[in-house]
Design a protein around this ligand. Sequence first.
Ligand code: ATP
Length: 370
Amino acid sequence: MNPDAATGSIRIDRVTKKYGEATAVDALSLTIEPGEFISLLGPSGCGKTTTLRMIAGFEQPDAGDISISGRSVLGLPPYRRDVNTVFQAYALFPHMSVAENVAYGLQQRRTPKAEVRERVSEALELVQMRRFADRKPTQLSGGQQQRVALARALVNRPSVLLLDEPLGALDRQLREEMQLELKLLQARLGITFVFVTHDQGEALSMSDRIAIMRDGRIEQLADADTIYARPTSAYVAAFVGQQNFFRGTATEGGSAVESAHGLVRGIRSDRRAPIADGASVQAAVRPEFVRIEADASTSAPATGANRVQGTLLGVSHLGETMQYLVRLGDDQSLIARRPTPEAPEIAVGSPVTCSWTDASVQVFPSDDAA
Ligand code: ATP
């Protein structure tokens, strides 16, 4: 590969990392394009941070290869890789000013003074913190400290920025603002971002592609629309967004599920192997696709394909949407969500009918259970 064209690319090739008997990363392969914003998303312990630390050079793989910008970096220390890392704990030096914190890495490399000044000023400008250059970190808010940490990572103009839950310490509103800022900054700089998070909303809103990780491997790698609309396993379906699952037996060539609560009929998710009739499966329907009506208001039969009857247990106001919790028999509940302006008013305790379209259903093999 031409190294210039590859600047900012990352190639992880069958990388494994073990800690004693435990396999943190398991023969993981991933190719990241220059300038891409990619998130590693998954529950605690699935290997996100270990993967990031191996790209950064803080950990060495037991097997496999990692290339950055077209060259293998195995054995290279972090400072000789064309990457920088931003951590959740900003680790700013408390006794140094903002400018001194940002300058520190350049000074360690004996960068000429005039260049240090210019680059620090440029990096602080990028994160809109120039006017705070003389403050100490303790005189800054959490969001401002995170911006300084970002400036410090950008000051030596890396081709790749690695971010490990960088917004984890911020409150929700600030976090959402910073998500947008980070995304805009990344687009402007055109550098590759690898972003570790366990927050699905964060990954969905920022990334070009999301790698959903499970037990040290990538379960699905795709853009946000695909991950949300066409998860390839129940694990991904359950981890991203909310789902109602109906366990049952496949019929109609795997495109329908006979569950204890009725027949769920619908399209299949993207998957290679077809599901045989009689196999144990689960059908998944997202709450936003579930229509809910008070029983008295419908003339259609109460049950049938993609139609179940239950009792309204509770309604929660979530701001933009209303969420309904419905009990179906003794052993299952169902969640329906409607946009607040069109949410029906139904008394808690009333009988309700829930329905959804074929196209909103996905069917997964049961051994794939989340
Ligand atoms: P989190 O979201 O909690 O940070 P993660 O997905 O980033 O989780 P890792 O930190 O990569 O997960 O950890 C993957 C597995 O490796 C876990 O089971 C963890 O306990 C183990 N592990 C990570 N670092 C070490 C270490 N230094 N020594 C021993 N085990 C480790």
